[in-house]
Design a protein around this ligand. Structure first.
Ligand SMILES: [Zn+2]
Length: 518
């Protein structure tokens, strides 16, 4: 009250809120790429680094560094242990929410617990709206939490949503799909953006992309339906996602109704290229340079539309990536193995089936060993703790495994050990997680018959270190070298917009980068 009165008397109102808040998540964008390619960046990434607040030591500070858990931290301000999104593949899976107009896996935020930034925004500004767009369902869904807003992702050449959000697609989405851009790209090639001498990496590495199509140029299939699927793995997919987002911004008139609206965009090609070719490839180099140019064009469009001072921008990533195991081994890191615990766990499940009936008691997912039906097993006379102790011993014996812990033991330990801290941030006490498994440096998880790709998912700095860039009115430009986390993004945006989070958060306000906030 007093503050309002003083502001009125001084003739200076509170700083107007931005018309649009843009939250960009680049799937698998490692922080070190921004430094490695710095001299060649002159687009959106370069603009955000030079004109924004650049947190050079930012982390997805949890253990299962995967797409779904990572996306869920960004606008919730909470660790996976508190969002409930602890696994990637089942993170948004929901057979009760089928896709609209297409066949493909149904998806919704049903497993997401609690609130996210958009809920706090809408509580303060009921007119506020959100548009969230990605190539991946989980990349589009999780930044928005449970809100039923405009949420779209890509499936086999088309953008769609699920029945959780809508029963039909709006005209603008159908019209965009009707242009059939990915289908019309059949037979086109992905060439280097810059002259070849700008790329010091070797192009022809036999381990890349399963040994096929390892050198530039990379050609899309001649068949249009196959091209629309392969389109998901080339740089143009990011450009298409941004164009789709801009079409939504225009059609929905975001930022035009007096409230701050939220645009969330998750760009997935860096992840696709990073998996197939690795973080040290010529392909990832070209992808990041192209991404920088696309983002420059995209942000420029928004600045022209709203005025630069009316757009608040955040850019981060959901996780990083570990070097390609074959490359690491060639460099002398003999521990760079793919660890496959499937057959061992299958034999334990088979033994449990013989003793107690049922199947798949134990499930394994990226370092998490889950047990369903512990009480049933105990009732049928199984000594569950001794079974788990045996499984732990057999996991420890696998080449590439560094440690196996019980979550309950870690919760009692101090959290200065990054691995311990990241597991504590990861596992909710009620999730049925019995053991957590950490790999040695350079080792990665795989599964029986799994592809020979580069991987992430470890509580390592390679997989956890991400960019965190803020740009907009109220943000002090500069490089900030203190350790911060992606859970700090939501409380910081809430402070910038004078919003009150609806629940306790794990992150803090990055006040060091905010101008004179009381
Ligand atoms: Zn990935």
């Amino acid at each position: 009250m007093l503050r309002t009165l003083l502001l009125l008397l001084s003739g200076v109102g509170p700083a107007p809120r931005p018309k649009l808040m843009v939250v960009i998540t680049v799937d698998q964008l490692r922080r070190d790429y921004l430094d490695r390619y710095r001299t060649q960046l002159n687009g959106g990434l370069a603009m955000l680094v030079k004109q924004g607040a650049d947190f050079t030591e930012a982390y997805q500070d949890h253990a299962v560094t995967e797409t779904a858990p990572g996306h869920a931290t960004i606008l919730s301000g909470r660790w996976p242990a508190h969002t409930g999104i602890i696994r990637n593949n089942v993170g948004v899976q929901d057979s009760t929410a089928p896709l609209v107009g297409l066949t493909g896996p149904g998806a919704s935020p049903a497993r997401f617990r609690g609130t996210a930034l958009f809920d706090w925004l809408q509580a303060a500004e009921p007119k506020a709206r959100a548009l969230s767009v990605s190539r991946k369902d989980r990349g589009a869904i999780l930044p928005i939490g449970r809100a039923r807003q405009q949420v779209y992702w890509y499936q086999s050449g088309f953008f769609t949503t699920s029945r959780y959000y809508a029963d039909s697609l709006p005209l603008w989405v159908r019209q965009f799909n009707g242009r059939r851009i990915p289908f019309r790209a059949a037979g086109t090639v992905w060439t280097l953006l810059l002259p070849e001498r700008a790329y010091p990496e070797p192009d022809s590495e036999p381990y890349e992309n399963g040994g096929r199509d390892v050198t530039f140029p990379h050609r899309l299939p001649a068949d249009s339906a196959l091209a629309a699927i392969a389109y998901a793995g080339i740089p143009a997919m990011d450009s298409l996602t941004l164009a789709f987002a801009l079409e939504g911004v225009r059609t929905l008139g975001l930022g035009g109704r007096g409230a701050t609206d939220l645009l969330a965009v998750s760009l997935s090609t860096t992840d696709a290229v990073g998996h197939a070719y690795g973080p040290d490839s010529r392909e990832i180099h070209d992808q990041v340079v192209r991404l920088d140019r696309y983002l420059g064009w995209f942000l420029q469009q928004l600045f022209v539309r709203y005025g630069k001072e009316n757009v608040l921008v955040v850019l981060t990533a959901d996780h990083g990536v570990t070097p390609f195991p074959e490359r690491s081994r060639a460099l002398g890191h003999s521990g760079a193995v793919r660890v496959v615990p499937d057959s061992m766990l299958d034999s334990v499940n088979a033994a449990l089936d013989r003793r107690a009936g049922g199947a798949a008691w134990l499930q394994f997912d990226t370092g998490l060993l889950l047990l369903t039906g512990r009480a049933t097993l105990v009732a049928r006379g199984v000594d569950v703790d001794s079974v788990l102790a045996d499984v732990a011993a057999r996991l420890r014996a696998l080449a590439g495994v560094a440690r196996v812990d019980r979550p309950a033991d870690l919760a009692r330990r101090d959290t200065t050990d990054a691995v311990v801290r990241r597991w504590v941030h990861q596992v909710p006490p009620d999730a049925g997680v019995e053991l957590v498994v950490t790999l040695k440096p350079y080792a990665v998880w795989s599964y029986a018959g799994g592809p020979a790709i580069a991987m992430h998912g470890q509580p390592s700095d390679w997989d956890a270190h991400v960019p965190l860039l803020l740009f907009g009115r109220g943000v002090k430009r500069g490089a900030y070298g203190g350790r911060v986390n992606t859970v700090d993004i939501a409380p910081t945006l809430a402070r910038l917009l004078d919003l009150t989070p609806a629940e306790p958060l794990d992150g803090r306000v990055l006040a060091e980068a905010l101008e004179g906030k009381p």
